[in-house]
Design a protein. Structure first.
Length: 337
């Protein structure tokens, strides 16, 4: 059987990236944490380059001097040896000063990063799975707790606290335009404070090898003005929309009759699975399968029909459906916005 690796999947990834605020890069900072880290990267790079150039200049000068004098290397000149000793001691002192300076820079950078979330207004729990991200918005009111997947909406210009953990293996959460990497460790909670300076879509990636589909474990942070974020949150807290046409109604019935309900949850329906992404508002997301495909009717059908062809090794099983059944389920899922 021919495996399904559509060329469109590569294009889909590029299209998903093209919607982002800049390329996925630590050198394209869009928040205070990423800005601090980018400054450190450039400073360290410039300083190391200057040290390397200085070492090369001294090495070349020394080699030319030895060739020019033609002296016997076994004959020692006391005055020359003293000069060399002073040069070496000076180099050691400069090296020590550089290392101490870089250590202090790192220390103050960490203090800056730690201060980002001192007044956070939103807490989001991010749970790593093979190979997708569970996203849960914490709230003191149980009715305001929201669970979604792979896309994290945040209010732009406000600090947000991410609580990071994992259910299986070690993952690493990295949205380079907003913050540095931080591991998600089973049984342990790590804290990452982020802030997006401006509205935009910022792509992230698992940065710790976590299995066969590690490379297809992407995420998106979508920063919006506060009114838009509040409206999005209110919409997401509503139960799934009821199907409005015969085909979608048939799809809803099929969904509830098939193994889908064992893994997935759809709010307002008997589907209450917790081991796979929540599908209550799946059609409102930009991508499928943790950034592997862009959201479209065709990609949704391809993913349901042959998940192992698109993402080999994923825990999404193949469900036996004929063409009419597949179209009905797609019609139902397309209405979950």
């Amino acid at each position: 059987m021919k495996r399904f690796f559509p060329k469109a999947s590569c294009a889909a990834a590029l299209l998903a990236l093209s919607g982002c605020s800049g390329w996925q890069s630590a050198l394209d900072p869009k928040g205070p944490a990423a800005g601090e880290l980018a400054w450190l990267i450039w400073f360290f790079t410039a300083l190391c380059a200057a040290v390397w150039m200085l070492v090369m200049v001294v090495l070349v000068a020394t080699l030319f001097q030895r060739v020019r004098t033609g002296k016997d290397p076994l004959v020692l000149d006391l005055a020359s040896e003293h000069r060399k000793m002073r040069v070496v001691l000076t180099a050691v002192g400069v090296t020590a000063a550089i290392l101490i300076g870089l250590t202090l820079l790192s220390f103050f950078a960490n203090r800056t990063l730690a201060g980002i979330g001192s007044d956070e207004a939103l807490t989001v729990r991010v749970i790593g799975h093979q190979w997708w991200w569970e996203v849960r918005y914490e709230n003191a009111q149980p009715s305001r707790i929201l669970t979604t997947a792979n896309e994290i909406h945040i209010p732009a210009g406000e600090p947000v606290r991410l609580l990071l953990t994992s259910t299986d293996v070690i993952h690493s959460f990295w949205v380079p335009s907003l913050a540095g990497k931080l591991d998600l460790i089973p049984g342990h909670m790590n804290v990452l404070d982020i802030r997006a300076d401006k509205p935009g879509v910022y792509r992230g990636q698992c940065a710790e090898f976590c299995g066969a589909q590690h490379a297809n474990m992407g995420t998106f942070i979508i920063a919006e003005p506060r009114p838009q974020f509040d409206a999005w949150l209110d919409d997401q807290l509503r139960p799934a929309a009821a199907p409005t046409n015969a085909e979608a109604k048939a799809g809803a019935d099929l969904f509830l009759q098939r193994p889908c309900v064992m893994c997935h949850r759809i709010g307002g329906t008997p589907a209450g699975g917790t081991v796979a992404p929540d599908l209550t508002h799946i059609a409102s997301r930009q991508t499928l399968a943790a950034g592997t495909l862009t959201m479209s009717r065709g990609n949704l059908a391809a993913w349901i029909a042959d998940p192992q062809g698109i993402k080999p090794g994923s825990h999404m099983p193949v469900t036996a459906l004929n063409g009419d059944e597949l179209n009905a389920i797609i019609a139902y899922l397309e209405g979950l916005k």
